[in-house]
Design a protein around this ligand. Structure first.
Ligand code: B12
Length: 249
C-alpha cells in the first residue's frame, strides 16, 4: 500500500476493522439480526460480525456490528477547510479590534428555530468560556448580546439592526430533517433582504454536524464545528473585520 492509501486498524495494521451502530424498524429476532448483517455487507463490511442487538421497544432493534471494511482511504483526495488566519490572544484581539474599528465590536448570538441547545453558543459567548479559554464576553473590545434559545429569525434580524451588530453568531445543534440547513439558509436570506448589499453583518453559524465547506451554500461567512474554542472565533472576527475594512478602503 502506498503511504497515501490507508485502511482502518483493529487488531493488526490495515485489517480494516470498524464498528458501527444503527437501528432497524423491525422487532428483535433472528431475521432482524440477518437483516443487520445484510446491511453491513452492503456497506462494504466483509466479514461482518454482529456484536450487539437489543430491542428498542416492540418494533425497533438497535445493532452494533464489527467488521472489516473493504474500502480504502486515499489521503491525497481528502479536502479540508484550513484556518487561514492566525490565532490571537485575547489581548491581541482586543488591540486589533480597537485599531480597526475604533469602537467595540458588537456580536449578537442566538439559537434559532426550535433549537434549545444553548450549551454550544454559551461556550463561545459566556465569560466562563470553553476548554480553558474565556468566552467573547471576556474580551474588553467585544460587546456580546446573547439572545438565548428558540429565537425567531425576524427577531434576530431586528435585534441585530438595533444593536448595529458587526457579527451575528447562530447555533444549530438539532439536525433532524435537516433543520440546521433550512434554518441557516432562511436566516442568511433574511439578513441579505434586510441589509443593503455589502452591509450584511458577518454571519457565522456553528454546531457539531455542519459540513465545514458548505458556508457559501448556506449563505454564511463561516461555519464552526465540533470543539470550536472562543479564541478561534475571536481570531476569525478580527480577520474578517480587517478584510472588510481593506475592501472598503
Ligand atoms: C445537553 C443536551 C440537551 C439539553 C440542552 C440543554 C441546553 N440548555 O443546551 C436538553 C435536555 C434540553 C436537550 C433537549 C433535546 N435534545 Co438534546 N442533547 C444534548 C446533548 C447531550 C449535549 C449537547 C451539548 O450540550 N454539547 C456540548 C456543547 C459544548 O457542544 P456543541 O453544542 O457541539 O457546541 C460546540 C460546537 O459545536 C460549537 N458550536 C455550537 N454552536 C455554535 C455556534 C457558534 C456561533 C459557534 C462559533 C460555534 C458553535 O462550539 C461549541 C464548543 O466547542 C446532545 C448529545 C451530545 N452528546 O452531543 C443531545 C442532542 C443534541 N439532543 C438531541 C435531541 C433529539 C434532543 C430533543 C429533541 C430530545 C426530545 N425528544 O425532547 C430535545 C430538543 C429540545 C429542543 N427544542 O432543541 C439529539 C439531536 C439529534 C439530531 N440529529 O438532531 C442529540 C444529538 C442526542 C442524540 N444522540 O439523540 N438536549
Amino acid at each position: 500500500m502506498s503511504g497515501s492509501i490507508i485502511r482502518p486498524y483493529g487488531d493488526t495494521t490495515g485489517d480494516g476493522m470498524v464498528q458501527l451502530s444503527f437501528t432497524l424498524p423491525i422487532p428483535h429476532d433472528k431475521k432482524a439480526e440477518g437483516a443487520a448483517l445484510q446491511l453491513a455487507r452492503k456497506m462494504g463490511l466483509d466479514p461482518a460480525l454482529l456484536v450487539h442487538a437489543k430491542a428498542m421497544g416492540p418494533d425497533f432493534t438497535f445493532f452494533v456490528v464489527y467488521g472489516s471494511s473493504t474500502h480504502l482511504v486515499n489521503l491525497d483526495e481528502v479536502r479540508v477547510v484550513e484556518r487561514e488566519y492566525p490565532l490571537l490572544s485575547a489581548k491581541d484581539a482586543n488591540l486589533a479590534i480597537r485599531r480597526t474599528l475604533r469602537r467595540k465590536l458588537v456580536v449578537v448570538g442566538a439559537c434559532i428555530g426550535t433549537d434549545a441547545h444553548t450549551v454550544g453558543i454559551d461556550a463561545i459567548l459566556n465569560i466562563k468560556g470553553f476548554a480553558g479559554e474565556k468566552g467573547l464576553e471576556y474580551y474588553r473590545e467585544i460587546k456580546v448580546v446573547n439572545l438565548g434559545a428558540q429565537v425567531l429569525v425576524p427577531e434576530l434580524v431586528a435585534r441585530a439592526r438595533a444593536e448595529k451588530a458587526d457579527a451575528v453568531l447562530v447555533s444549530q445543534v438539532v439536525t433532524q430533517k435537516d433543520a440546521h440547513i433550512h434554518n441557516t439558509t432562511q436566516m442568511s436570506a433574511a439578513f441579505r433582504e434586510a441589509y443593503p448589499a455589502g452591509h450584511v453583518p458577518i454571519l457565522i453559524v456553528g454546531g457539531p454536524r455542519f459540513e465545514e465547506d458548505s458556508a457559501a451554500q448556506l449563505g454564511v461567512d463561516r461555519i464552526f464545528g465540533r470543539g470550536t474554542t472562543p479564541g478561534e472565533v475571536a481570531s476569525y472576527l478580527v480577520h474578517e473585520i480587517t478584510v472588510r475594512k481593506g475592501r472598503k478602503a
